[in-house]
Design a protein around this ligand. Structure first.
Ligand code: LMR
Length: 329
């Protein structure tokens, strides 16, 4: 009897040790981004990715999502990803990679893409996929693209013609193309972190901004602006990026599983981004926001004023890359 008891105790101890060891080996991925809300394309995609990893790779990998800029703003995130210690993954907008690669500037050229479907085709092309590897030397790997949607303009006064923007100060993301775009309108631009935009609009530090319906709705920018003009003049999309140092240190079977889950999540979520943005547009109206639309002539005037910005950046982006992006329309 004593022998049986001892054997059982030993077996229990081995099992417990085993699970402690398994627990100790669990790889934790901190995923940082700046948006939030249960209907925002990126916030939903990040949570969905984490949920799937945490179910399917239980005990091996855990993804913890830090949204709303609660861990890092996007500038700090990129610096920390290079170090690869305090954060492992994130999904900044493509306009935030200014210090990592000049190639991503293609995504900021005004009136380049007709719609998010065209953006999708370009990202899936060989040229688009190559862009994901353009930051490798800096220590950051792009794994995939996530969609948000087309950008609209808002201001503390009605914006119908480009001359309405003259003299206004626009908040822009960290991108010199976006600064040049506002200067083409006779406006000025101030680069500010996403977290600071609502306060800056509210207190008059800036007069205007550009963003997608889902960002304008989830961050309530429409509440502190006269209205939003439906310009569809550019895009906000994301690169899901990982610290190269961290990624290359993972066992290859773990990398393969993470890549599969990310690809599945991306396919499911990217299909829904247009819908989510349209729902945010409707919510802005429901909540008392003003939306102004442009007729074809009015829109043509915005195109004529902003498109010359391309010439300033085509050498560093590369004419062939711009052509490939145009061909996706
Ligand atoms: C912004 O800063 O306006 C956007 O990049 C925020 C985001 O991640 O969509």
């Amino acid at each position: 009897m004593r022998i049986i008891k001892t054997a059982v105790a030993a077996a229990v101890a081995v099992t417990m040790l085993g699970s402690v060891a398994a627990k100790a080996q669990e790889i934790v991925i901190k995923f940082s981004h700046v948006t939030n809300g249960t209907t925002h394309p990126k916030a939903v995609a990040a949570n969905e990715f984490a949920k799937r990893v945490n179910e399917q790779m239980k005990g091996r990998v855990r993804v913890d999502v830090f949204g709303g800029g609660s861990l890092y703003n996007d500038d700090d995130l990129l610096i920390e990803l290079i170090k690869g210690k305090s954060v492992q993954m994130g999904s900044p907008s493509l306009s935030k990679f200014e210090t990592m690669t000049k190639k991503f500037r293609v995504f900021d050229l005004p009136f380049l893409f007709d719609d998010i479907e065209a953006v999708n085709r370009f990202q899936k092309s060989a040229e688009g996929q190559n862009l994901l590897r353009s930051m490798e030397k800096k220590g950051i790997l792009g794994l995939t693209f996530w969609h948000n949607g087309m950008k609209q303009m808002s201001a503390n006064k009605p914006l119908m013609s480009p001359s309405d923007a003259k003299g206004l100060k626009f908040r822009v993301q960290q991108s010199d193309v976006l600064v040049a775009q506002m200067e083409a309108l006779g406006a000025t631009a101030q680069k500010l972190a996403f977290k600071e935009v609502y306060g800056a609009l509210q207190t008059g530090v800036v007069d205007a901004q550009e963003n997608t319906w889902s960002n304008i709705y989830s961050k309530k920018f429409f509440e502190v602006q006269d209205g939003v003009t439906e310009t569809n003049h550019g895009i906000i999309d994301y690169a899901v990026v990982v610290s190269r140092r961290f990624w290359e240190g993972l066992p290859s079977d773990i990398r393969t599983d993470l890549e599969r889950i990310l690809a599945e999540t991306t396919a499911d979520r990217n299909k829904k981004s247009y819908e989510l943005n349209q729902a945010s547009r409707a919510k802005i109206l429901e909540n008392g926001g003003t939306i102004r639309t442009l007729n074809a002539d009015q829109r043509a005037a915005w195109v004529k004023t902003m498109k010359p910005v391309w010439a300033q950046f085509e050498d560093e982006i590369g004419k062939d890359l711009i052509k490939a992006a145009q061909a996706s329309n």
